[in-house]
Design a protein around this ligand. Structure first.
Ligand code: HEM
Length: 418
């Protein structure tokens, strides 16, 4: 199978689309949504910039509405204590998710962000170029020796774990459980949580915290280079300013480890899969490898690794002409905004030279992704080098999607190399 079938971006009939929008409920998503949410996104957007959900919240499917909410952190809070208390009870998942910077407003958000951001300088990122290239080339050697590959296990999932492990200087031999913990903790963010998912998430936070306590104690005894080692920075706190409490420290380390895993895996897996759906774009990239940076932006837009964001209104507010009451939950449809024809010409087409491409894959505003340039570098090197080495790769079996609403990606994409 050299060409993967493309997803149908819209419902075939207008009445079908209207019914899908009218019945849309994030807590009861239809089975076909997980494989292909795009017809739902278009139907929701066509029904208005804000779509009322049965639980009283809104789903934002329009680009302008999503940007407006992202940019105004005063009106739209990221603090999730109110939402997560009934969801998680008062266990470790609650403690973790409500202590990480992404789910907080100032002052905690600003304090943690300043400390972390200092470690993501252009220099520290360009220093990653060589080790990431060597890592990817080693993975490609192994793939070549095997003669076939699972794009996820053999490449897409293997890169971020090493990159973030390096960023926090986690010893190589201790990295193995990180991915499992990370998937279990982020899995608990799905709109609906099973008892089993919750239990797995709780156990993962417990094991992760226990491991990090030993890692932090070792790093305290023997600090690394604060210009490069994010963990040493987090332990040291702000220069001349405040330090993080032990609890803030541990949960924010977990968040950084988690934030860059599944998302980056999905970028690489989704990108290489999208090229199989769009062979003419694959041919273009092969003949002009210099287009890889723009191609990565387009993969981020076209199949956004993180599809949903959330905010809570702090006071009555108007969004795109709609009056929204205080304490209303908003779901930011990142994947939907990135297919909005008002912002992107012919949005359901993969165009690796798209310009401009102001996608929202990394969010926007004060919480915009801190690791965006790390992710771009990983995506560029992993996708670019795989393609150059195995230009004839093709599907060797049915790809398996991860079947989640928030994080869009594959569990496995089996390919033959020639
Ligand atoms: C393709 C890969 C990635 C995607 C699609 C992605 C996406 C996002 C998005 C959408 C947000 C905003 C959340 C919000 O506003 O509610 C975010 C925040 C964040 N991301 Fe990423 N991310 C990726 C990779 C990474 C990597 C590699 C790291 C770290 C090494 C990272 C660290 C963070 C951190 C620390 C935040 C929180 C920022 C804040 O709250 O101020 N991300 N990311």
């Amino acid at each position: 199978m050299t060409v993967a079938p493309r997803l149908q971006p819209r419902f075939a009939r207008v009445d079908e689309a209207a019914a899908a929008a009218a019945g849309f409920d994030l807590r009861k998503l239809p089975a076909d949504y997980y494989a292909n949410p795009y017809p739902y996104y278009h139907a929701l957007r066509d029904s208005g910039p804000l779509h009322r959900l049965p639980d009283g919240g809104y789903f934002l499917a329009g680009y302008a509405a999503c940007v407006a909410v992202y940019k105004d952190a005063r009106a739209f809070s990221s603090d999730k204590k109110r939402e997560f208390a009934p969801k998680y009870g008062d266990g470790l998942l609650f403690e973790h998710h409500t202590t990480s910077l992404v789910f907080n407003d100032p002052p905690l958000h600003a304090r943690v962000r300043r400390i972390i951001a200092g470690a993501f300088t252009p220099r520290s990122i360009s220093d990653m170029e060589r080790p990431v290239t060597e890592l990817v080339d080693g993975l490609l050697d192994r793939i070549e020796a095997k003669g076939s590959a699972d794009l996820i296990a053999d490449l897409a999932a293997a890169v971020p774990i090493e990159v973030i492990g390096n960023l926090l200087a986690v010893p190589h031999e201790e990295r193995e459980p990180l991915r499992g913990w990370s998937l279990a903790i982020l899995g608990a963010l799905e709109p609906v949580l099973t008892a089993e998912q919750q239990e797995r998430g709780e156990r993962a936070v417990e094991d992760f915290v226990a491991y990090l306590k030993t890692l932090v104690a070792r790093r305290r005894a023997k600090p690394g280079d604060p210009e490069r080692d994010v963990l040493t920075r987090l332990i040291g706190g702000e220069e001349g300013g405040e330090r993080l409490s032990e609890r803030e420290l541990l949960h924010n380390i977990i968040f950084i480890l988690n934030a860059g895993h599944e998302t980056t895996t999905n970028l690489v897996g989704n990108g290489l899969h999208a090229l199989l759906e769009w062979p003419e774009e694959k041919a273009r990239l092969l003949s002009q490898p210099g287009l890889i940076r723009r191609a990565v932006e387009e993969f981020l837009r076209f199949e956004s690794p993180n599809q949903l964001g959330n905010r809570l209104t702090v006071a009555p507010v108007e969004v795109e002409g709609v009056a929204v009451a205080a304490a209303t939950y908003l779901t930011i449809g990142i994947g939907a905004a990135n297919r909005d024809p008002a912002e992107f010409h012919d949005p359901d087409r993969l165009d690796i030279t798209r310009e401009p491409n102001r996608h929202l894959a990394f969010g926007s505003g004060p919480h915009v992704c801190i690791g965006l340039n790390v992710a771009r570098l990983e995506g560029r090197i992993a996708i670019g080098r795989f393609l150059a080495r195995f230009p004839e790769y093709r599907l060797a079996g049915k790809p398996v999607r991860s079947g989640r609403a928030r994080f869009r990606g594959f569990l496995s994409v089996p390919v033959a190399l020639a």
